[in-house]
Design a protein around this ligand. Structure first.
Ligand code: FES
Length: 153
């Protein structure tokens, strides 16, 4: 049994210690914003925040995240749109959308650590989040727009 806090709610889950967090979120708790992409932490579709840090949930073992605060796309903005989400809409970032929950979580983590990122900062941090639709240029523009909204620029 593990205790896990997801989006502010405490859950008790009966899973093996090796179970990836992504499986716990999707299959045990029905939280489907984080997506299964590659399963080996190489695409970023499953990205969530664990104690505020962007983490690939497909490779995070339950035993390692128990007791920590998990935030998924479902709780971003806490009931209203986060400035990153607003910028995503204004700049029409998503295409098919599959990767975008992970992209947004990664972008928020970037802006929390670096409020006024350069293109190089964005390229470096976002390079681990793959988009098969090629929305990278719009992602870069939207991150700059979100930084301005948040007040970093
Ligand atoms: Fe389709 Fe990124 S919007 S994979």
């Amino acid at each position: 049994m593990f205790d896990i806090v997801v989006n502010g709610l405490r859950h008790r889950v009966d899973v093996v210690p090796e179970m990836p967090l992504l499986w716990v979120l999707r299959d045990e708790l029905g939280i489907t914003g984080p997506k299964y992409g590659c399963g080996i932490a190489q695409c970023g579709a499953c990205t969530v925040q664990v104690d505020g840090a962007a983490v690939r949930s497909c490779q995070a073992r339950m035993a390692d995240v128990a007791g920590k605060e998990i935030t998924t796309i479902e709780a971003v903005g806490k009931g209203k749109l986060h400035p990153v989400q607003e910028a995503w809409i204004e700049h029409q970032v998503p295409q098919c959308g599959y990767c975008q929950a992970g992209q947004i979580i990664q972008a928020i983590s970037l802006l929390e650590s670096k409020p006024a990122p350069t293109d190089e900062d964005i390229n470096e941090v976002m390079s681990g989040n793959l988009c098969r639709c090629g929305t990278y240029e719009r992602i870069r523009v939207a991150i700059h727009a979100a930084a301005e909204k948040i007040g970093g620029k």
